[in-house]
Design a protein around this ligand. Sequence first.
Ligand SMILES: *[C@@H]1O[C@H](CO)[C@@H](O)[C@H](O)[C@H]1NC(C)=O
Ligand SMILES: *[C@@H]1O[C@H](CO)[C@@H](O)[C@H](O)[C@H]1NC(C)=O
Ligand SMILES: *[C@@H]1O[C@H](CO)[C@@H](O)[C@H](O)[C@H]1NC(C)=O
Ligand SMILES: *[C@@H]1O[C@H](CO)[C@@H](O)[C@H](O)[C@H]1NC(C)=O
Length: 355
Amino acid sequence: MSSFLHQRQPLNIPSNPYPISPRSLTVSQRPFSIFSRTGLLVLLSLMLVLGVFFPWTGMPQGIFTNSKVSLSKWRDYTLEQAASFVAKNGTVIVCAVSQPYLPFLNNWLISVGRQKHQEKVLVIAEDYATLYKVNQKWPGHAVLVPPAPDAQTAHKFGSQGFFNFTSRRPRHLLNILELGYNVMYNDVDMVWLADPFPYLQGDHDVYFTDDMAAVKPLDHSHDLPPPGKKGRTYICSCMIFLRPTNGAKLVMKKWIEELQAQPWSKAKKANDQPGFNWALNRTAAQVDLYLLPQAAFPTGGLYFKNETWVQETKGSHVIIHNNYITGFEKKIKRFREYGLWLVDDHALESPLGRL
Ligand SMILES: *[C@@H]1O[C@H](CO)[C@@H](O)[C@H](O)[C@H]1NC(C)=O
Ligand SMILES: *[C@@H]1O[C@H](CO)[C@@H](O)[C@H](O)[C@H]1NC(C)=O
Ligand SMILES: *[C@@H]1O[C@H](CO)[C@@H](O)[C@H](O)[C@H]1NC(C)=O
Ligand SMILES: *[C@@H]1O[C@H](CO)[C@@H](O)[C@H](O)[C@H]1NC(C)=O
């Protein structure tokens, strides 16, 4: 499998700077003046550059057949192929990303790379632009599970499009479990400060973090917390680790059922997180659940809002989640304020480079 995938690398556009040279040769044999030939070459190079950066836009047919074919091959790349390509030691790290989130993906990837886990990352692209962009820079590390959700409507937090987009998450995770891998899911508005894997102790089915901002004792229980005000817990669907056990699969199946049973409505403007919490509630007796330590995996509602707590727990933080705030600009601003927006100065640590 890996050799099959490595064969795809030469098709990557940047490593093949002259995909149109046979055509330009044909052109130059015709009795054109030097000036117009140069002009034509400049025009062709310009179009090539545009084709490289925006290969999904409808560039003129013909000239870009090569690059289009090489990129469109990723359309047929399956989750099974992708998981087998990236998995190390039976484990994959996944995120689900659409185009507007690419800067966050890049930022998160830099932090993952610093903990030496980048190679296990599989980006589940939620649109074709993202699929092509990531695989062009980092062949084999993005996959799209069709059908792609409608890109125009998927981004606004609380909208039906956003609900549809996040509803795909438990399906992706269940698919990967069915293939037999351990899987860690992360939202990409996260930054790793340390390696989370040593915290995945024991043989539990599902590991998760609490999204409640209330401070817990350092030696808090690792059981599912008691339900909160709305009768359910506030476990975050942002960072989940699953072993390929019947228990973990059961939780994913319940999550899918919960999302179907309580679809999005204008009044509730739900996301997928309540569904995850109901799934945990319903399966708690049959599944081995494990709440990760708050000091290592704090919600943004605690980390960004309680400086006293941050000082008290200094040195224990592992993954920081930029939640309890909405909007790309606000999230970036806050990451910058806390020195966690790494893409400005460290883009080269990301396999995607500068975007
Ligand atoms: C591989 O996975 C096993 C079982 O999950 C774990 O005990 C071991 O430490 C892992 N090895 C590496 C090199 O990550
Ligand atoms: C969300 O999914 C539902 C059910 O599949 C569909 O009817 C609806 O059009 C989708 N809405 C958006 C905005 O994508
Ligand atoms: C599940 O939710 C119900 C309703 O809030 C609650 O009474 C029950 O204790 C919860 N079960 C678990 C295991 O958290
Ligand atoms: C902030 O953290 C401190 C130290 O852990 C804690 O005593 C206090 O209750 C927290 N404040 C809030 C508003 O949760």
